[in-house]
Design a protein around this ligand. Structure first.
Ligand code: PLP
Length: 459
């Protein structure tokens, strides 16, 4: 990688502040802070606009699963763009990459999840899933089944509906959200379970939360339960063992559709293309996917629906009932060509096998940070791990926001060559899935050193 960068960093920073609005940005600090501008990338590394090399500890945004600089994906996109960049997916118009990719995906899905609706990303995949559920229930003459059950600290997207079913407290303050038919259960976060409660009892309690809510609302009024297998953006919350399977069973018992949001947990992050069946032994009614689906090379999402649901809509009784949901760029041929090239890499290089082998090492090494005074919890699995900082280890006290613990650690890590993701007092690591043990050691040692320094600075 050339260090001779042809970028004018000052000019770019000025234009960035003046013209580019970023997602999740603190608007009040935009003018005074220096943006991080990332200009090039290769393998597991990115280079900022000054040419500084940084180990990408966050995988872009949990998405560059196959790593950067994959010519195979770029070539597949270019070839498809030249052959046919775009055509409408509406009605019954198809294109070869979308058809082939849908077929190939269903070789990896659990049970009878055999029907794929492509979207433009994770939010639109989840939005489509929730709209599909309402279509399904209305179609079958169950218009009262409207209520959606979700969890605090969930993250499902940034459309009006998906933001409403999300439950991260920090995101819920400043914009209006739908509340009437959406219900948030407490997060199944073992770190915050009542003092002295066993994991088994905690699991019982969290499963009971779901059952109680269904009974309170009345099963005839509940449409679906939506859950990330591990809650990703809410702080890599790992529910107690058996929780996913038991909540799935509760949904089946009360005829509530179970949506497994695998936007993060899919495509190898937990060592399998889809984690629902292989890691948690569940067959959901619907899976949503995005991010690693194309390793972030181009936007794409997918809602994957079971035959049990879908086949009831496609017989003649359904004539005239239009599934009025979709996007100009649904099933985009260039995105689907990228998706197939990405899947080729996954299969040929056995990326999931690598994650199953090296992921536990990553988790274990990060786990050693628990000896630091400021670290209250290290949690996660394989290549999604979170370090929770605390002001008092015994009492598990959340550090005051003005300490800006996450941001300080992020800055220290960056100085030392690692990109980590700060979320309040949490620091998340979710690197590209190709990282090796040496790179893991580098990441852990930089993070350790950074936390030690921030602890000193705050003393
Ligand atoms: N679902 C989950 C679990 C996510 O983590 C995200 C994004 O982080 C989304 C949905 C939304 O995906 P996107 O940002 O591609 O719209």
């Amino acid at each position: 990688m050339s260090s001779n960068f042809a970028f004018d960093a000052i000019d770019l920073a000025t234009k960035d502040r003046d013209h580019l609005i970023h997602p999740w940005v603190d608007l009040g600090t935009v003018k005074e802070r220096e943006p991080l501008i990332v200009a090039q990338a290769e393998g597991a590394y990115v280079y900022n606009v000054h040419g500084k090399k940084l180990l990408d500890g966050i995988g872009g945004m949990w998405c560059v699963n196959a790593g950067y600089g994959r010519d195979e994906i770029a070539d597949a996109m270019a070839a498809q763009a030249r052959r046919m960049a775009y055509f409408s997916p509406f009605g019954q118009i198809g294109n070869p990459p979308a058809i082939e990719f849908a077929h190939r995906l269903t070789q990896h899905t659990p049970g009878d999840l055999k029907h794929v609706f492509f979207t433009t990303g994770g939010s639109t995949a989840v939005d489509s899933a929730l709209r599909f559920v309402s279509f399904f229930n209305n179609f079958h003459g169950r218009p009262k089944k409207k209520h959606i059950i979700t969890r605090e600290y969930a993250y499902h997207g940034s459309t009006y509906l998906t933001a409403s079913v999300s439950g991260k407290p920090a995101d819920r303050g400043n914009m209006d959200l739908e509340t009437g038919f959406i219900h948030h259960l407490p997060a199944p976060n073992p770190y915050r379970r009542p003092e002295g409660m066993t994991m088994e009892a905690f699991c019982d309690a969290k499963v009971k939360d779901l059952e109680d809510k269904i009974l309170e609302l009345g099963p005839d009024n509940v449409a679906c339960f939506i859950a990330e297998p591990l809650l990703a953006s809410g702080g890599v919350i790992v529910p107690p063992e058996g929780y996913q399977k038991r909540t799935r069973e509760v949904c089946r018992q009360y005829d509530v559709i179970y949506i497994s949001d695998e936007v993060v947990t899919g495509f190898g992050r937990l060592g399998h293309i889809f984690a629902s069946k292989n890691v948690f032994d569940i067959e959901p009614d619907i899976i949503t996917s995005a991010k690693g689906l194309t390793s972030g090379y181009v936007p794409l999402g997918a809602m994957i629906v079971s035959d049990r649901l879908y086949s009831t809509l496609t017989d003649k009784a359904g004539r005239g009932q239009i599934f009025a949901n979709g996007y100009t760029y649904s099933a985009h041929p260039v995105s689907c060509a990228a998706g197939m090239a990405n899947l080729d890499i996954f299969e040929r290089e056995d990326i999931c096998g690598h994650v199953r082998k090296v992921g536990p090492y990553f988790r274990e090494q990060l786990g050693t940070l628990i000896d630091l005074d400021m670290v209250g919890d290290v949690r996660g699995s394989h290549f999604m791990v979170c370090v929770e900082c605390t002001a008092d280890k015994e009492k598990k006290t959340v550090p005051p926001a003005e300490w800006e613990v996450g941001r300080r650690i992020f800055e220290k890590c960056q100085e030392k060559g690692l990109l980590a993701r700060p979320m309040g007092h949490l620091v998340v690591l979710s690197p590209p899935l190709i990282v090796n043990r040496g790179q893991i050691d580098d990441a852990v040692s930089i993070l350790r050193q950074s936390i030690v320094e921030v602890t000193g600075d705050l003393a």
